[in-house]
Design a protein around this ligand. Structure first.
Ligand code: ATP
Ligand code: MG
Length: 420
C-alpha cells in the first residue's frame, strides 16, 4: 500500500484515503475552492505501513465556513473546538477532525492563542516534529512543507521543527511527546539535539497537568522501544521530574521481558508498577501525579500490597488461596510484579508455572451460603457472617475440599462454637 520513496511519496492507494467517507469531506471543501489535506498521524503511519487510528484534516476554510459547507452537503458537523479551529465531521460513523490552518501568535507554556491562515508552511511550523507535519491531498500526493519530514520518517528520526528549546518553551508537553514518539517511531534512539533541550528544560514538566502526563506516559510505556527511552529519561533526570518518584528502568525492562515470555501484551500499569512503585504509598503518590483512574490505581496498589504474598515458592495451595481471594487479574499482576522485582530470570520455570496458575486452575465457588448457616440454628445477623468467614478460611486452608460430609461437619462445628 504505502510507498516509501523519499522524493515524492504517494498515498494514492491508502485504504483510508480511498474510502468514500474521507473523499466526501475533502471534496466538499475543495468544491468550494478551499484547500483540504489529511495531516499528522494518518499520513505518518500510512507512509510507515502501520495502522492508522484517526484522520485529521487541515483546511484553509475557516471553522464557520466548514460548518456551513458540511451542513449544506448533508454531513453532520459538530463544533468541537471552534475557538481553536476544529470542527468534527461525522460521515457514516467515521469522525474526521477538520481544523483550519493556524499559526501561533502567543504561547503560554501549554496553551496558545492562534490565528487562522491559509499558509500551509505556517501551519506546518507550529506542529511539533518533522514527521508529524506531513500532509496528503485527495489524490494521495504527500506534501512536506518543512522539507525534512519524509527523509526523517524514512530514517526514523524524531526531530523538533525549528529550535528544540524554543518549541519546548512554547509547550512543555512536547518533552513527553518527544520521548513518546521516539519510543514509537525512532527505535528508541533519541535525537541528541532534542534530548539536550528536554534535559535543560525538564523543570517545565512541573507545570503540566496530571491528565496530560497520564496520556503521554501511558502510551510511552507500551511503545515498541519504551525501555531504552525510559532508560535515557532516567539517566537525564527527566523521568523523575515527570513522575516525581524514584524509578528503576531495569525493572520495567524485566517486566517487558516477562510479558514476552508469558505471551502477554505490553501493559502500562504493570510496567509502571515495576518502574516506579515499591510501596502502597508510592501507588498513592503516582495516583496524584498522573491523575490515575480508580481502576488504574487499584491495580498499582494491589501489586504493591500483595508483593511477596502470592504464594510463590510455597506449596501450590498457598498460591491457589491468593488466586481465590483476589481473582485472576490481581493475582497475575501481583505474580508478575513480584517476579520482576525478584531478580529471577524471565525464563525461570518455577516463576512461569506460578504465573500460569490462573490458566490451569479456576477457583471453585464457596460451597455454603448464609441460609445453610441459619438452618443450623444461628440467628440471622452478624453471627452468620462470622461463621461464613471462619468456614471460608478453613475451606481455603484445607485446599477447597468438595466432599459434602466433610463440609457439613465443619460447618456444624463452627455453628455450634459461634452460637454459644
Ligand atoms: P497519534 O494520534 O498516533 O498519537 P498524531 O500525530 O495523530 O499521532 P496527535 O496527538 O493526535 O498525534 O496530534 C495530531 C497532530 O497535531 C500531530 O501530528 C502534530 O502535528 C500536532 N500536534 C499535536 N500535539 C501537538 C503539540 N503539543 N505541539 C505541536 N503540535 C502538536
Ligand atoms: Mg492523532
Amino acid at each position: 500500500m504505502a510507498k516509501r520513496t523519499t522524493d515524492t511519496p504517494s498515498l494514492a492507494d491508502a485504504a483510508w484515503l480511498r474510502q468514500p467517507e474521507t473523499g466526501a469531506v475533502l471534496a466538499v471543501l475543495e468544491a468550494a475552492g478551499h484547500g483540504a489535506r489529511v495531516v499528522g498521524g494518518a499520513v505518518r503511519n500510512a507512509l510507515l505501513g502501520v495502522p492508522v487510528k484517526d484522520i485529521d484534516i487541515a483546511t484553509t476554510a475557516e471553522p464557520s465556513e466548514t460548518m456551513r459547507l458540511m451542513e449544506k452537503a448533508g454531513l453532520k458537523a459538530v463544533p468541537t473546538g471552534i475557538l481553536h479551529g476544529t470542527v468534527t465531521v461525522i460521515v457514516r460513523h467515521i469522525p474526521f477532525e477538520v481544523t483550519t490552518l493556524r499559526r501561533d501568535v502567543e504561547t503560554f507554556g501549554r496553551h496558545a492563542r492562534v490565528l487562522f491562515t491559509d499558509d500551509w508552511a505556517e501551519d506546518a511550523k507550529r506542529r511539533d516534529f518533522t514527521i508529524n507535519a506531513l500532509y496528503a491531498d485527495a489524490r494521495g500526493v504527500v506534501h512536506d512543507p518543512v522539507g525534512t519530514g519524509c527523509a526523517d520518517l524514512a530514517s526514523r528520526r524524531v526531530r523538533f521543527i525549528g529550535k528544540a528549546e524554543d518549541r519546548i518553551r512554547e509547550d512543555y508537553l512536547r518533552i513527553l511527546r518527544f520521548f513518546r514518539f521516539t519510543a514509537e517511531y525512532a527505535e528508541g534512539r533519541a535525537d541528541p539535539d532534542g534530548l539536550r533541550a528536554c534535559q535543560s528544560l525538564k523543570e517545565g514538566l512541573r507545570r503540566l497537568s496530571g491528565e496530560r502526563i497520564h496520556q503521554e506516559m501511558l502510551r510511552l510505556l507500551v511503545a515498541p522501544a519504551a525501555i531504552p527511552v525510559l532508560e535515557v529519561m532516567h539517566e537525564t533526570g527527566i523521568l523523575e521530574e515527570t513522575l516525581l518518584a524514584g524509578t528503576e528502568p531495569s525493572l520495567a525492562a524485566r517486566m517487558a521481558a516477562i510479558e514476552e515470555k508469558m505471551d502477554l501484551d505490553a501493559d502500562a500499569m504493570r510496567r509502571l508498577a515495576a518502574l516506579a512503585i515499591t510501596s502502597p504509598g508510592g501507588a498513592l503518590r503516582l495516583r496524584e501525579r498522573l491523575r490515575l483512574s480508580n481502576a488504574e490505581y487499584d491495580r498499582l496498589a494491589s501489586m504493591a500490597v500483595l508483593a511477596g504474598q502470592t504464594g510463590y515458592g510455597r506449596p501450590e495451595v498457598a498460591a491457589r488461596a491468593q488466586l481465590y481471594r483476589h481473582g485472576r487479574e490481581v493475582f497475575l499482576d501481583a505474580a508478575l510484579y513480584d517476579w520482576a522485582r525478584s531478580g529471577e530470570a524471565p525464563d525461570e520455570n518455577a516463576r512461569v508455572e506460578h504465573a500460569r496458575l490462573p490458566q490451569r486452575w479456576s477457583p471453585p465457588v464457596l460451597p455454603v451460603r448464609g441460609a445453610d448457616v441459619i438452618a443450623l440454628g444461628v440467628p440471622a445477623g452478624p453471627k452468620v457472617g462470622q461463621v461464613m468467614s471462619a468456614f471460608e478460611d478453613w475451606w481455603i486452608a484445607a485446599g477447597f475440599p468438595s466432599d459434602a460430609s466433610l463440609i457439613a461437619a465443619e460447618l456444624s462445628r463452627l455453628a455450634v462454637v459461634t452460637k454459644s
